[in-house]
Design a protein around this ligand. Structure first.
Ligand code: NDP
Length: 265
């Protein structure tokens, strides 16, 4: 039986095991996916190899450690500077970032989207910005601080904070990649600004999943098409699953992973 795990701190809330184990069952793949609480990110390589894992996912706060300790990197992970998937290739670790493509898959069906505003400038914002620039979207980042400004400018994004944001700018899609709304009732940007941007947009996506955040409530109030981060979570998992099992996921498999995700454990 091949062993897989998710590294995080905390990790107890993670729904990745139930999603991947449902996929293994549907595929008839002899695999088992567990949770590993990892205190110190510097230990990730040792724990992964000594644990005999064939593959792993990596969540907060270890994605940059995972990047640092991979023996080789997929080109997208290299650009982003963060890794959320490990593959054990004969004792050598290859690192991937499936968050980026997972996000892209989650908005693929949106029509007439050219300009995208990303709220937040953390790890998730970076993976989203890199894939969206690769797909030739016009990307602007708005964050409360100047953190990582050079990273985004380097990829051809516009970057603003709340004080210098040009208030007349308008976007087809607005993405909340901040943690505002995760365990509080905060908006990711000042309400007046956010409401005017949402009013003139077509779509709103929150990376936070499983709840109606204040950001999504605002999109709903203005009759916009909106979604939370469940599809992003599902698709990053599907892409990792394909790497783990060396298969191409069909609709039946994707549906079983979605159901696994929704299972109350
Ligand atoms: P980071 O900690 O790397 O970044 C958080 C960002 O949010 C920073 O830009 C920070 O600003 C900003 N921020 C935090 N609090 C506030 C606030 N109250 N108001 C405005 N801005 C705020 O987090 P991640 O990028 O790793 O994760 C971000 C979100 O994405 C989380 O909610 C996480 O749950 C979700 N996520 C969802 C995934 C999915 O599959 N659906 C996958 C990964 C993440 P500053 O830079 O100034 O500190």
């Amino acid at each position: 039986m091949k062993k897989f795990t998710i590294f995080g701190n905390p990790v107890s809330h993670s729904k990745s095991p139930q999603m991947h184990n449902a996929g293994f069952k549907t595929l008839g793949f002899d695999g088992e996916y567990s949770k590993t609480h990892l205190e110190n990110g510097d230990d990730i390589k040792k724990v992964f190899l000594e644990g005999g894992f064939s593959g792993a996912n990596i969540t907060v706060p270890h994605k940059e450690y995972a990047y640092r300790y991979a023996d080789s990197l997929d080109p997208l992970a290299k650009k982003i500077g963060a890794v959320n998937t490990y593959i054990n290739d004969d004792g050598k670790i290859k690192g991937y970032n499936t968050d980026a493509f997972g996000f892209y898959k989650s908005i693929e069906k949106f029509e007439d989207v050219n300009s995208i505003l990303i709220l937040g400038a953390g790890g998730t914002a970076k993976s989203i910005a890199v894939i969206l620039k690769e797909k030739n979207f016009d990307v602007t980042v708005l964050n409360r601080s100047e953190n990582s400004k050079d990273f985004f400018i380097g990829f051809g994004c516009e970057f603003y904070n709340f004080d210098n944001f040009p208030k007349e700018k308008r976007f087809d899609l607005i993405v909340n990649s901040t943690s505002a709304g995760l365990s509080d009732q905060n908006y990711p940007a000042p309400l007046e600004l956010l409401e005017s941007l949402i009013k003139d947009s077509k779509y709103a996506v929150d990376c936070i999943y499983g709840k109606m955040t204040p950001f999504l409530e605002l999109a709903k109030k203005h009759f916009k098409i909106y979604k939370d981060g469940e599809d992003m979570l599902l698709f990053q998992g599907v892409i990792a699953f394909e790497l783990f099992t060396n298969t191409k996921a069909n609709q039946k498999l994707i549906q079983s992973m979605r159901e696994g995700l929704k299972k109350i454990d």
